[in-house]
Design a protein around this ligand. Structure first.
Ligand code: ASP
Ligand code: MG
Length: 416
């Protein structure tokens, strides 16, 4: 790789959650990337995205949102003040907050998903402005560069256009000094804002890295690297020092929340290594994800909460046929419910999806005429990748399994 190919760093919400965290980010950048071309991709501060979702929801229902919006403002103001000191000239984030207020005032009862993107993307705009200011770096609006279609809340990237736009704008700027931009956010050809799906900032980092031919991507997390389980649930989780793209893609698909599932593909395609490192211990080795062979890995325990198990029976107790399945899959796609697991029996067909009240109701509306549909929400899917008898016994013990499935390498079950 050419000596000038840039590094891409991604800092998530926890790593920019307050002024102290942003100062820590600044130290990491100085210690590890000084003098290198660097693109910093940041998420919204702390839980700002959740707060903006609530504010948008209130606005969409025509209810008052002054209090939660005031809290978002105060939080960013306090951070800015702690970073640059009181009484200094107002920063660009204040204008951004003003724009947010105006956009919120225009929210109307239609097009939930489209308006959601216009509002909820402000968390990244605000955070990136504060971080750019702290680093003394150039701030870059990613919306004219990360080109997507109009699939609101899960914009699909137009790769050729994005690559062209990024290549035309970024290399020259990166030669002048570090750049800070937004994760999670993109834009349509018509100038509207899109988002790439919750927790999508990792994916943004991969999009930029792909288009720039980056030397590597580093995701700075509050954990030591890619672990075999969430240490909050399994205290004996181990860190994988090195792991292949393929294994990581599968873990992310099953719900290992450490990396957004769409992140790996663009990196694997261009052979760009991904490092996962701890912002709490920046000198520690972390995990290197790249094209490699490794011996069998320790079993990985992956938990996906907020699941809904739906089962469909045809009303006349007929067998579930290919024609039935076609209707069911079509309705699931239309309601944008993604299947995480499925199982077929003689007269019923079951799927597990992420639960969304609105989408499940839409699905019921589509299918109620033809099928008896039952569903259970508040469920969890556990996946053990590279399982063995001991790991299965350990995880299933004492649990009522509503559905279970195994392949040679993967054991999965749904439970309450
Ligand atoms: N801020 C966005 C979210 O919380 C994107 C991200 O954190 O990656 O979903
Ligand atoms: Mg976030």
């Amino acid at each position: 790789m050419a000596a000038h190919s840039p590094l891409v760093y991604k800092f998530g919400g926890a790593s920019v959650k307050d002024a102290a965290a942003i100062l820590n980010l600044q130290r990491i950048v100085e210690a590890t990337a000084a003098g290198r071309p660097l693109l910093v991709v940041v998420s919204a501060m702390g839980k700002t995205t959740n707060a903006l979702e609530e504010i948008f929801d209130l606005a969409h229902r025509g209810q008052p949102y002054d209090a939660p919006l005031g809290a978002v403002r105060d939080f960013h103001a306090a951070t800015a003040e702690a970073l640059v000191g009181p009484g200094t000239a107002p920063g660009p984030w204040q204008q951004t907050l003003h724009d947010l207020r105006e956009q919120l005032a225009g929210v109307n009862p239609d097009h939930y998903d489209r308006q959601y993107d216009q509002i909820v993307s402000y968390g990244e705009l605000l955070a990136s402005q504060l971080v750019a200011q702290a680093l003394g770096a150039r701030w870059l609006d990613c919306r004219p560069l990360v080109r997507t279609d109009r699939t609101w809340r899960e914009g699909r990237v137009d790769w050729p256009a994005t690559e062209r736009l990024v290549q035309a704008a970024l290399p020259a700027l990166l030669a002048q000094g570090p750049i800070v931009t937004q994760g999670f956010v993109g834009g349509t050809a018509g100038g509207l804002t899109t988002t790439l799906g919750r927790e999508g900032s990792d994916y943004s980092a991969a999009i930029f890295a792909y288009c720039l031919g980056a030397e590597s991507v580093t995701i700075w997390k509050d954990v030591a690297g890619l672990l075999s389980a969430d240490p909050k649930i399994f205290p004996d989780a181990v860190r994988y020092p090195e792991i292949s793209y393929q294994e990581t893609i599968e873990m992310a698909y099953y719900g290992a929340s450490v990396i957004h599932p769409k992140t790996l593909k663009p990196l694997a395609e261009r052979g760009i290594p991904l490092q996962v490192r701890s912002f709490l211990d920046p000198g520690a080795p972390g995990t290197l994800i790249h094209d490699c062979q490794h011996p069998a890995l320790a079993p990985a325990f992956i938990r996906k909460t907020g699941q809904c198990l739906l089962s469909f029976e045809s009303k006349d107790f007929a067998f579930i046929s290919e024609e039935n399945l076609e209707v069911i899959f079509g309705a699931l796609a239309q309601a944008r419910l993604k299947i995480n697991l499925m199982q077929n029996s003689a007269i019923s067909f079951s799927v597990c999806t992420d639960f969304s009240e609105r989408r499940v109701q839409q699905l019921l509306g589509l299918l109620a005429g033809q099928f008896r549909v039952h569903y259970n929400a508040d469920l969890t899917i556990f996946t053990i990748k590279n399982y063995d008898a001991a790991s299965v016994a350990r995880l299933t013990g004492g649990r009522e399994l509503l559905l279970e499935q195994r392949t040679r390498s993967t054991f999965q079950f749904v439970c309450r």
